[in-house]
Design a binder for this molecule. Sequence first.
Ligand code: FAD
Length: 162
Amino acid sequence: LLLRFERRWWMAIPARDLSDMLFLLSDAAVPVWWTQHPSDRDVLTGWLAGPPTHAFAALDEHALIEVGLAALADIFAKPVSLLRRDLTAAHVTDWAKDPFARGAYSYATLATRTAQDVLTRWDGGPVLISGEALYRGRDMGTVEAALASGRQTARTILKIDT
Ligand SMILES: Cc1cc2nc3c(=O)[nH]c(=O)nc-3n(C[C@H](O)[C@H](O)[C@H](O)COP(=O)(O)OP(=O)(O)OC[C@H]3O[C@@H](n4cnc5c(N)ncnc54)[C@H](O)[C@@H]3O)c2cc1C
């Protein structure tokens, strides 16, 4: 959930200085939120994954935005009507409904190593494939994995032994 507000109201919470808040972890319906810190953009991104998403699977974009606003109201003990009033734009990305993502970060199965062998094999042609899904280390599904895979492909192109 990407929610843009008129101002960064979370910076003005009296009880706590949240001026350098990056991630916020909570028990709310949408439990994880992050800011754009250190940029001054007025956007909060909410994230929800795994089995808890089942409860919201049938909701449309508008209803999911309301769930996000209610979660923020819950976390910050603010009236949801105030948050709704300050909302200037909102966007929902529902990975579960994306036919290519199918709801998940990439993860390894028993067939993954064989698939990686096929996809990373280079026949000298113009197309090479990189990305998190081709990473052979532990933390698949991360930016680090994507960068490491890209680096590996660059080394292949440059014919540097690994
Ligand atoms: C909500 C969310 C939060 C995340 N948070 C973190 C985090 O905090 N830390 C972290 O390390 N990782 C995080 N990740 C994971 C991280 O974003 C991915 O692991 C990383 O972006 C994978 O990079 P990639 O280059 O392999 O693939 P992608 O970034 O998915 O790039 C693939 C690109 O290929 C394009 N593409 C697809 N099909 C075609 C086609 N047919 N033709 C042309 N182009 C095509 C896509 O549009 C896309 O731009 C998060 C992911 C999500 C969804």
